[in-house]
Design a protein around this ligand. Structure first.
Ligand SMILES: [Zn+2]
Length: 386
């Protein structure tokens, strides 16, 4: 090889050498101390390609970080508003994009019908992946700034719009999860439960707890969940799933890591259930809390659930898990793209709210002329009597 280079360098070989020289300058490339590229010809290095790829990826990630705005300052509530929502939204999306479950849609093969996305959804997902703006205006109708990725909608102060967006997303997540999980449960002779399963039928109630018979909407007030979102039932066993979507923009999230918000959401749900039920996993029934972040990341327990599905399939564990992640991510990105579409159509505006200065310096008060003397008092008549 040295001879080949010395005598008359082949252009491709020279390119290869130059490329390796470039890769070696990457501090993340960990090869043995005395390694020389020519050794590859004599004795192939184990996983050489993946060493290189990993180093290049780590470096690329670092470069990405430098271009991403810093997060919110953490010193007290006053400072929390100092950086805009957009900067925070972009930052957390950038962090989430690195996560394997959030970005699985990128590697999903469209050869599987479940992994197909239409062009509009794909475009939106691609834009968000690359942190390109998807919002068609700068303001939300509530008067707050709309971040370029429209993540504001999950924390919008207009409760009605926020709930609409959240509920749509929640419903989509439940539907997709049910669709994806169905064939795996079928393998175990388990069928989906129609509608939302009543928890009390599958989980043991704690002593003294009575679930009052009332409307679904009241659940939130008492903190006792009456129904899970989806469920599967076999002859001896039932598995319930409660889905949550969590926004990393929520006030209590400080240092965002992929999955962190989802885990917090899982904990919250777990507490809600623990108030009324014994939720320990038993042979008879169990409940999973499937939390997914609005930026696409899955919580720990959601990953456990995916693992369970893969185990039931009896196939190769890691490739099945990857395939489920891909299908989930495709479904989720599709739902997110629809959310962006609805947001742009209904909630985004280009009209900024009144600047705060107009409130700080109010117009001089209008001086009214003194009121005329009151007319002689008349007895008050009740209009109903006339
Ligand atoms: Zn808003």
């Amino acid at each position: 090889m040295n001879e080949a280079l010395a005598e008359r360098p082949w252009p491709s070989l020279q390119q290869f050498h130059d490329g390796f020289g470039e890769a070696k300058r990457n501090p993340h490339l960990k090869l043995e101390d005395h390694f020389h590229i020519n050794d590859v010809w004599r004795q192939p290095v184990h996983k050489f390609q993946s060493h290189l790829a990993r180093a290049v990826n780590t470096r690329r990630k670092e470069e990405l970080w430098l271009t991403v705005p810093e997060g919110r300052p953490r010193s007290g509530p006053v400072m929390a508003g100092a950086l805009s929502t957009s900067q925070f939204a972009i930052r957390q999306q950038a962090i989430a994009n690195v996560d394997s479950s959030a970005s699985a849609w990128l590697t999903a093969s469209p050869a599987w019908p479940d992994n197909r996305m239409n062009d509009r959804c794909f475009r939106t997902a691609f834009q968000m992946r690359n942190l390109l703006p998807v919002s068609s205006g700068n303001w939300c109708k509530c008067g707050k700034e709309m971040d370029p990725l429209t993540s504001h909608m999950y924390v919008c102060s207009d409760k009605c719009s926020r709930n609409k967006i959240r509920n749509t997303m929640h419903r989509k997540v439940c539907e997709s999860l049910k669709k994806i999980a169905k064939p795996y449960f079928r393998e175990m002779d388990m069928d989906p439960i129609n509608g939302e399963p009543l928890c009390a039928e599958y989980l043991t109630l704690k002593d003294g707890v009575v679930i009052p018979d009332r409307e679904e909407d009241d659940d939130r007030n008492t903190g006792v969940k009456k129904r899970a979102d989806i469920g599967f039932r076999g002859r001896r066993r039932a598995i319930l799933v409660d889905c949550t979507t969590c926004s990393p923009l929520a006030k209590d999230v400080k240092d965002y890591k992929p999955g962190k918000t989802a885990d917090a959401g899982t904990k919250r749900k777990m507490k809600e259930y623990e108030r009324a039920y014994n939720i320990q996993r038993t042979d008879r029934s169990s409940i999973f809390f499937f939390a997914v972040e609005t930026s696409g990341g899955l919580g720990k327990e959601a990953r456990e659930f995916v693992k369970l599905l893969a185990k039931m399939s009896g196939g190769d564990l890691s490739s099945t898990i990857l395939r489920i992640y891909q299908t989930l991510a495709v479904e989720f990105q599709t739902a997110r793209a629809e959310q962006v579409y609805i947001t742009n159509r209904r909630y985004v505006t280009n009209t900024p709210p009144l600047p705060p200065s107009s409130l700080l310096h109010p117009l001089p008060p209008i001086v009214h002329p003194p009121p005329p003397p009151p007319p002689p008092s008349l007895p008050l008549l009740d209009p109903r009597e006339t």
